[in-house]
Design a protein around this ligand. Structure first.
Ligand SMILES: Nc1ncnc2c1ncn2[C@@H]1O[C@H](COP(=O)(O)OP(=O)(O)OP(=O)(O)O)[C@@H](O)[C@H]1O
Length: 204
């Protein structure tokens, strides 16, 4: 078992639970679609599973061990909808790309990242170009679980297809886990080996 979350509860405000008694797991090689209406806590759960938010209730294990402060490269990576919020605007793209590991040329080519973009600042790239960097950055060899939270929602169809093609190839090759958070039913049905509907399992 890659990740096992049991009886998770989370609230941003004292008087209102956003997640209550939510349990879900991801096995190696599984592609789990995480769906539910807006506001049901998909992004919040994604951030908890990634280890970026601490739940108020429940337990989380990664490969059978309780979540602890992960040292060094984080084995669970999350890619969000808005890449411009996920990069340091004061760093050039080469620095951003190599923050956690050094992606090889094969990966850059597969994601359509052009050499010339590496010397630019983030605000000199389009959303689609920037998102390719965020995806490359998240696919280090030590990544065991990737959480794609509306990862390609803002992008054109060609860019979406190119990014998903690369991601799915790597996920399958390495038998990684993948969580796809999306409102796009077509995408979810096409990719997922299993679907978790937060509307059904969230008791908040
Ligand atoms: N930082 C925050 N502070 C306070 N409330 C928040 C915060 N982030 C999210 N919420 C609230 O928590 C609830 C769940 O939000 P979340 O973004 O996890 O849902 P979601 O299912 O991902 O929604 P969407 O499909 O619209 O992205 C919402 O009611 C939202 O307003």
């Amino acid at each position: 078992m890659l990740v096992d979350a049991k009886h998770i509860g989370y609230r941003y405000r004292k008087d209102r639970w956003v997640l209550k008694d939510v349990s879900m797991h991801v096995e190696e090689g599984e592609i789990v679609g995480l769906v539910g209406p807006s506001g049901y806590g998909k992004t919040t759960l994604g951030r908890i599973l990634a280890g970026y938010l601490q739940p108020h209730e429940g337990q989380l294990t990664f490969q059978g061990k309780p979540y602890q402060q992960f040292q060094g490269y984080h084995p669970i990576q999350i890619v969000l909808q808005h890449p411009e919020k996920a990069v340091n605007p004061r760093w050039k793209m080469k620095e951003i790309l190599t923050e956690g590991w050094s992606p090889n040329q094969e990966l850059l080519t597969s994601l359509g990242i052009e050499e010339e973009w590496l010397s630019r600042w983030p605000n000199e790239l389009s959303g689609g170009e920037l998102q390719r960097f965020c995806v490359a950055r998240a696919l280090g060899p030590q990544t065991k679980l990737l959480i794609a939270d509306e990862m390609t929602t803002m992008l054109d169809a060609v860019t979406q297809a190119q990014i998903w093609h690369t991601v799915l190839d790597i996920v399958k090759q390495r038998k990684m886990g993948l969580i796809v958070i999306s409102h796009d039913k077509h995408l979810i049905n096409r990719m997922s080996t299993r679907v978790v509907d937060l509307q059904k399992i969230n008791q908040a």
